[in-house]
Every structure is written in C-alpha cells, then in structure tokens.
Design a protein around this ligand. Structure first.
Ligand SMILES: CC(C)(COP(=O)(O)OP(=O)(O)OC[C@H]1O[C@@H](n2cnc3c(N)ncnc32)[C@H](O)[C@@H]1OP(=O)(O)O)[C@@H](O)C(=O)NCCC(=O)NCCS
Length: 167
C-alpha cells in the first residue's frame, strides 16, 4: 500500500486493495530485492460488454529500481495470466502526462483507445490504453474491428500526439 500511495496520484483505500488482492490474487505481483518490495502490479479481470477483459489497476516501481525492466516484467506476468484465463483484451488508464507509463505500455503493444477528460482527481486527463489479443478465428484484422468498438477510437501509440482532438 505504501508503495502505491507514494507513487500514484489517486488515493486508494484499504478496501480497494482488498478488493483486488482477495478476488484476483493470481493477478497481483510483487517484485522483491533483498527482502524489500520494490515494485508491484495489481490487476483484475471479468466480463465487460460481451468481452472477457483484463484490467491493470496499479503499477509502481520505486525510483531507485526504475529502468531495469521490472515494470515490464510485472506487467508481462499479469498479461500472461490474463491470456491463459481467456481474456480478449487488457485495458488500463494512464495520465496523458505520464510519458514513462505511456512508453512502457506502447512498447508492449497497447494502443490509445480513448481520451478521458479530467479523469483523475488532480484534474489531469487520462488515456485509456488497450491491448487486444490476437484471435485466429477472426478473419478481419483486429485493428478494423477495433474501430467499430462502440465509441472507442483506436489510435496507435506512436501515431498520436497528446493533443488529439478526436476524443
Ligand atoms: C512507469 C514505471 C512503472 C516504469 O517502471 P520501470 O521498471 O522503470 O519500467 P521498465 O524498466 O520496465 O521500462 C520499460 C520501458 O518503458 C519505457 N519507460 C519507462 N520509464 C520511462 C521514462 N521515465 N521515460 C521514458 N520511457 C520510459 C522505456 O521505453 C523502457 O524501455 P527501455 O528501458 O528499454 O528504454 C515507473 O516509472 C513508476 O513506478 N512510475 C510511477 C508510477 C506510475 O506512473 N505508474 C504507472 C501508472 S499508469
């Protein structure tokens, strides 16, 4: 809790942590070095609008341990469990100003699906990021289908500037 409270802008209560850890313990990973917790990822999964969706709620690596691939490893492990559990996609929100997180998730294949105006309590907008798992049974490309996904508007991470007006 201390780790997340320190590094994320949103305040979370003990109940939020319990909700994730008790219901999806297989989707919560901690990274340790010499007995000290240096990073964590907290996720969940469930039905969402006719899909089975994974959701990454919190991701933190303490400053001294950043740039070593720890977050990538934590996220990759949680995504692997989601894939093996039958998820069709993974989503999360990140502050539009969070260059590190956006670069990390972009590198893992996440796309910017939506911009959420003043999503955070601090007034900052969020990007909803989405990773679609390949479905070999679907003939049209995933990208084509993604454009039809309700109000979502899919933009590849690399092709979007922060002032996209489509959202
Ligand atoms: C974002 C965060 C989790 C990254 O943790 P990390 O362990 O340093 O990440 P990794 O080492 O796995 O980085 C993987 C890639 O992400 C990108 N990246 C990570 N931090 C970056 C930064 N500050 N600036 C630019 N790119 C960054 C790089 O492309 C990096 O690959 P590279 O090292 O080969 O260049 C960490 O900075 C953090 O805890 N930040 C505060 C909390 C936060 O913002 N959480 C995310 C909420 S959505």
């Amino acid at each position: 809790m201390h780790l997340v409270d320190q590094e994320l802008s949103e305040p979370y209560s003990i109940f939020t942590y319990r909700y994730f850890v008790y219901l999806w313990p297989q989707l919560c990973f901690l990274a340790f070095h010499r007995g000290r917790c240096v990073g964590t990822v907290v996720c969940k999964m469930g039905e969402h609008r006719h899909t089975f969706r994974g959701y990454i709620a919190m991701l933190v690596v303490i400053k001294a341990y950043r740039g070593k691939g720890i977050a990538t490893d934590l996220v990759t492990r949680s995504i692997k469990v989601m894939m093996e559990s039958g998820c069709d996609e993974v989503t999360l929100e990140a502050e539009v100003t969070n260059k590190g997180a956006l670069a990390l998730y972009g590198g893992l294949g996440f796309i910017r699906a939506k911009r959420l105006f003043r999503y955070y309590l601090n007034g900052v907008d969020a990007f909803r990021l989405k990773l679609l798992f390949p479905r070999p049974d679907l003939q049209p490309s995933l990208q084509t289908l993604a454009y039809k996904d309700e109000h979502d508007y899919q933009i590849p991470i690399e092709g979007c500037s922060t002032n996209c007006s489509k959202f």
